[in-house]
Design a protein around this ligand. Structure first.
Ligand code: SF4
Length: 516
């Protein structure tokens, strides 16, 4: 978490540096199209939005029709192309506020009515939607994004999930994939793996993605290590695996080999603290296994994200303990990702009553973090993942026209996922959220404004700074010629503290020249 905070601060600093880019005369306003991009980068005012707010209508699926059509395809009764051409199971839905909740309602002419809870806090839901920064690129038709009604139309994607195998060394319930149980092994050949990665890296926008090898249990695939190696060779930075951790716990050498191949992150299944809180996964000592996996991965430099499949009435009471575990293991655990159960795979035939009981939403999570861990305020500290988009836009500007890759950018719908960052005191492990000490709304707005309009930049350096050397400053100014530079003598890094007179004079002079 500490590293994540530092990364965020670094991102903010990147943003300030890249102000220069926004006014760089080399790049006229409407034609900033780096070679990785399919079109000029969009400004905020040019972005479009999906329908948001409530009540609203949306498109949805009948869960029963979906199972039926899949069964027909598997038995050969229907051609798979029906998924693209036939719109099977598609039904309209309505999102409404009722009794302090946000509900989705839909009706299938054959299977009747369905209702589900999307949020238990309408104000929280409304706030998340209000922070959506708008869509990214319109995706050109390239033969890879066309899937019928669910064709990908906007954005650059954030996570490339490659399911290497449907085999697994566990038999969980819940299992998002129904691993092991479908009656056949489905495993990618090496050529398939290569093609998926090649395709992802060759289309426009050519951008950084989180490449996530998944399954089943991806470590069981014979292509696991070569796939990591190949993804890194292509130029992806964030290569990770979604794993139950068993192989990494059993075999430290395997953890070492994965790290050497280029594995950066392990997205480690972790449903609770203590063996008793993992028992629903049907392995008696699963918590002990996780601890050993974390040790082995950490030893060889692989960062661990704890991934909690959170199911109401099963492990929702573990939110606080898991966060405390993360804080106590700050050196090994970078992030905690709570993933509300999605009732796919093994759980898709769940009855309505159980689904209602087990449904867990983003609003549940924000409130449980406050209630169980004593951290954060739901209405202040949580942001849709896409709210970080302006920082990616800044990075793209900074990269310039010749950049090989666009930045990683999560443009998902504001109902999709939320996040917050924490600052942790190293000795006491006491945590506060970043938004509790920094006006993040204002920061987001400022960065978005910078991307759109550009702002003149003044770099003031204390000549005795031990952080910004004369060489570094000169390199920066050479790279961004529009940056104005003042080098204040007799001042250290905190220029204003040492030579407030010189600092103020430089700023006033700068403002005077750029006024209105
Ligand atoms: S949830 Fe993960 S670990 Fe469990 S059976 Fe499914 S793929 Fe395997």
């Amino acid at each position: 978490m500490r590293r994540a905070v530092y990364a965020s601060i670094r991102q903010a600093a990147d943003g300030l540096w890249s102000l220069a880019r926004a006014i760089d005369r080399r790049f006229p306003e409407r034609s900033f199209q780096p070679k990785w991009a399919p079109a000029p980068l969009l400004k905020q005012r040019e972005r479009t939005f999906p329908p948001l707010g409530f009540p609203r209508k949306t498109d949805s699926l009948c869960p029963r029709c979906v199972s039926e059509v899949r069964a027909q395809i598997l038995t050969g009764e229907a051609d798979w192309k029906v998924l693209i051409e036939g719109r099977p199971g598609e039904i309209p839905a309505e999102i409404v506020e009722e009794d302090g909740r946000i509900l989705m309602r839909k009706e299938c002419p054959r299977h009747g009515r369905f209702e589900d809870v999307m949020s238990t806090d309408p104000a929280f839901y409304r706030r998340l939607e209000s922070m959506y920064p708008g869509r990214d690129f319109v995706i050109p038709k390239d033969g890879l994004h066309e899937h019928g009604t669910s064709s990908i139309q906007y954005g650059r994607g954030a996570v490339l999930t490659i399911d290497l195998t449907n085999r697994c060394n566990m038999m969980c319930d819940p299992c998002f994939m129904d691993a092991n149980q479908v009656g056949y092994v489905h495993e990618l050949d090496w050529e398939d793996v290569q093609k998926l990665l090649d395709d992802a890296a060759s289309i426009k926008p050519r951008r950084q993605l989180s490449v996530q090898f998944s399954g089943g249990e991806p470590t069981l695939s014979p292509h696991f290590l070569p796939a990591i190696r190949y993804a890194r060779k292509l130029g992806y930075f964030s290569v990770q695996c979604a794993t139950n951790g068993i192989r990494f716990a059993q075999d430290e050498q395997f953890a070492k080999e994965a790290a050497e191949a280029g594995l950066r992150f392990a997205y480690l299944q972790f449903d609770g603290v203590g063996n008793e809180h993992n028992q629903h996964r049907k392995v008696g000592n699963l918590y002990d296994v996780k601890l050993r996996a974390i040790e082995n991965l950490h030893k060889h430099g692989v960062d661990v994200t704890l991934v909690v499949t959170i199911v109401n009435t099963i492990n929702d009471d573990q939110v606080g303990d898991i966060i405390r575990f993360g804080l106590q293991n700050l050196d090994k655990v970078t992030c905690v990702a709570f993933q509300p159960v999605s009732f796919t795979g093994r759980d898709e035939d769940i009855d309505d009553e159980t689904r209602k009981r087990q449904r867990y939403t983003l609003s549940h999570l924000a409130h449980d973090v406050k209630r169980q861990a004593g951290i954060g305020e739901p209405m202040r500290d949580w942001y849709p993942l896409s709210a970080a988009g302006p920082f990616s836009d800044l990075k793209d500007l900074l990269g310039g026209l010749e950049a090989e890759w666009g930045s990683f950018k999560c443009g998902c719908h504001p109902n999709c996922g939320i996040g917050t960052l924490m600052l942790v005191e190293e000795k006491t492990k006491k945590a506060v959220t970043v938004p509790s000490v920094l006006d993040v709304d204002r920061l987001h707005a400022a960065v978005a404004r910078l991307v759109d309009d550009g702002v003149p930049v003044l770099l003031v350096r204390g000549r005795m700074s031990d952080l910004v050397s004369a060489d570094k400053a000169a390199q920066f100014v050479a790279r961004f010629p529009v940056v104005e530079f003042v080098d204040v003598s007799d001042a250290g890094h905190m220029v204003a503290g040492d030579r407030n007179d010189a600092f103020t004079a430089a700023v006033l002079d700068f403002l005077g020249r750029h006024r209105g």
